[in-house]
Design a protein around this ligand. Structure first.
Ligand code: 2BA
Length: 162
């Protein structure tokens, strides 16, 4: 369990932990794969969220999945991809959190994911929490603890006790 003091420090810059939906590259579930490939190569991210027309989060699409699909086809030609949509290959078994999630759950889930999609009660996509933002918060927390002398070396702690 995370101590209250550490959690407080981790959440000091809580607002910047969530990259809001409007700043997150995404594709629509019905987009042809040829279009999705263009989006993925343009934005530079390896995996991006898939949304439906009502902005619900429905899955993830990665550049690897698109390349795998191209390799399955007779000729390696991106125009063949227009016969398929994002829905045909997106991943739907995804770790995600809601807007009321606990920091501890986020930390656990980010062990196995580069980022976590965040949804509200109606499953509307609100943004993502990335490993990068969490590591920034960890870094900030370590420095603050050090500055406040909250971290006492073991030998000193034993000396202070005696
Ligand atoms: P990746 O695309 O595999 O990126 C891994 C890390 O590489 C990112 O970690 C980031 O530090 C860096 N990086 C890659 N492409 C970048 C770019 N175009 N601009 C700036 N930095 C870039 P995180 O920032 O922790 O992101 C973790 C994952 O979250 C990314 O994995 C990507 O799948 C997703 N992601 C992050 N920001 C996103 C955004 N604005 N839109 C869509 N997906 C995003």
């Amino acid at each position: 369990m995370i101590s209250h003091a550490v959690e407080e420090l981790m959440l000091e810059n809580k607002d910047s932990m969530l990259i809001p939906a409007e700043n997150v590259a995404n594709v629509m579930v019905g987009n042809p794969l040829e279009h999705a490939l263009l989006v993925l190569s343009k934005v530079g991210y390896s995996t991006i969220p898939v949304l439906d027309k009502e902005d619900h989060f429905v899955g993830l699409l990665s550049i690897n999945d698109v390349v795998d699909k191209m390799l399955e086809l007779d000729e390696i030609d991106s125009t063949n991809l227009s016969d398929f949509t994002v829905e045909d290959i997106m991943r739907t078994e995804i770790a995600m959190v809601d807007t009321h999630c606990e920091l501890e759950d986020v930390l656990h889930l980010l062990v196995n994911a580069n980022f976590l999609p965040v949804v509200d009660d109606q499953h509307i996509f609100k943004g993502i929490i990335t490993r990068r933002e969490i590591l920034k918060a960890v870094n900030h927390t370590f420095h603050e603890l050090e500055q406040k002398n909250s971290v006492v070396p073991k030998f000193l702690a034993a000396h202070l006790k005696s």
